[in-house]
Design a protein around this ligand. Sequence first.
Ligand SMILES: *Cc1c(COP(=O)(O)O)cnc(C)c1O
Length: 433
Amino acid sequence: MSPQTPTEQQLQFDQEHIWHPYTSMTSPLPVYPVVSASGVRLTLADGRELIDGMASWWSAIHGYNHPVLNQAITEQLSRMSHVMFGGITHQPAIELAETLISITADNLQHVFFADSGSVGVEVALKMAIQYWHAQDKTSKSKMLTVRNGYHGDTFGAMAVTDPEGSMHSLYKDILPKHFFADAPNCWRNDNREIAHNATQLHKVLEQHHDEIAAIILEPIVQGAGGMRIYCPEYLQAVRAYCDEYDVLLILDEIATGFGRTGKLFGYEHADIQADILVVGKALTGGYMTLAATLCSSKVAHGISQNQGVLMHGPTFMANPLACSVANANLALLLNADWQSNIQRIEHMLRKKLSVCGTLPMVKDVRVIGAIGIIEMQHPVDMESIQREFVNAGIWVRPFGKLVYMMPPYIISDNDLTTLCTSIIKVITQQSPS
Ligand SMILES: *Cc1c(COP(=O)(O)O)cnc(C)c1O
C-alpha cells in the first residue's frame, strides 16, 4: 500500500476549507498529517512516530490497527457493510445488545443503537420525556444536571452541557432551559463538600421535581467539561434523591465506560443503577462511530404503553460494520484481565505524575484508572504546546488549563513512562503562575 501522504497543496486546502473540531476557519491552528497508526503509535507524514496519549478521545482502547478488530470488520465487510434497521435485524446487532445487557446493571434490559454519543444522549433525553408523557405527567419535561458537565454538541445534548463551556448565551433563545446545580466538588472525599453539593441539588429537586423528567450526569469523572473526578457518595445521594422525588437517572458513560476509570462502568464505584445509560466512544475500540442507549423495563414499558413508540431512527442505526467491530472489541476487553491492566496504568500514572504537584505552573494533579490529569495555573497556548509535545514524540491534546491523557490500555510501562516524562518536561517550560 502506498502511504497516504498529503501534498503541500492538499494541506493548504485543508487549512482553507476544512473545519477541524472547535477551530476557526480564518485562523485555524496547525494540524499534523497522520499516515498510519499501529499499537500506541501514530506515524506522521514526515516519518516521525508519536506515542499516543489520547486513544483518539477515549476510544482506541486496544490501540490502532489491531489484528483482531481488523479481521472482524473485514469479515463483516465481505458479508454486508450496511442494511437499514427498520423492519430488518442482523446477528451483529443482536449479539452486541446481548453483551451490553449482560455487562451492565441487571435492571437495564433494552438497547437503542445510535450513531454517535451526542445522538445517544438525545435518545436518552427523549426516552425520559416520553416516559413521563406516557404517564400523563407532561409537566415533567426538563432536565436537572450539574455544572461542568459535557454531553455532546447537538442541541439537546448542548442544553445539558456546562452553560459556559458550550456557550449557552449564544443560543439562549433556541436552547431548552434546564436546571443546573453546582458541580460535584468532592473527589478528595471531604464530607462537608459532599453534603453541601448534594443539598444544593436536593433543593432544586424539592422545588422543581414536578417539572423534572430526569437528572443527567457523567458518573465519577466529568470529562470534556473540566476533567473533574468526584466521589461515589455524591452519586449515591443523587440516586436516593431520584427515588425520593420520582425523577429518572440518566448516566452518560460515553467517556467513562468500558474500564477507563478502573471499573467496567463508572457507576460501579457507587454501586448504583441508572434508569437510562448511554455508552459510546470506546464501544467500537475507536474503529467506527456507534453509541447505545440502554434503559430499564420500567422506562421501556412505560414509553410503549398505549401503543407508544420511541420516536427515533437514524439512517445508519446499528450499522453492521460498527456492531461487528464492537463485538470483537468487547470480547478482547472482557476476555483479558483488564482490571489489573488498568490498575497497572493507574499505579504508573500516580507514580510518574506525583512530581508535577510541586511545580509552580501546576495547580492540581488527578489520577483515576487510566486517566491522568494535570491542571495548570493558566490556560496553555495550544499551538506552541502541541508543537512541543510533537517534538518530544508524544500525542497529547490539551484544552484550556488541562493537560490530560487517557492512553490506549495496551500501552507498555516504557511508553507510559516516556509519555509522562515528556509531558512533564514540556509543561515545566511553561511560565509559572
Ligand atoms: C464525547 C462525549 C459525548 C459526545 O459523543 P460524540 O460521539 O462526540 O457525539 C457525550 N458525552 C460524553 C460524556 C462524552 O465524553
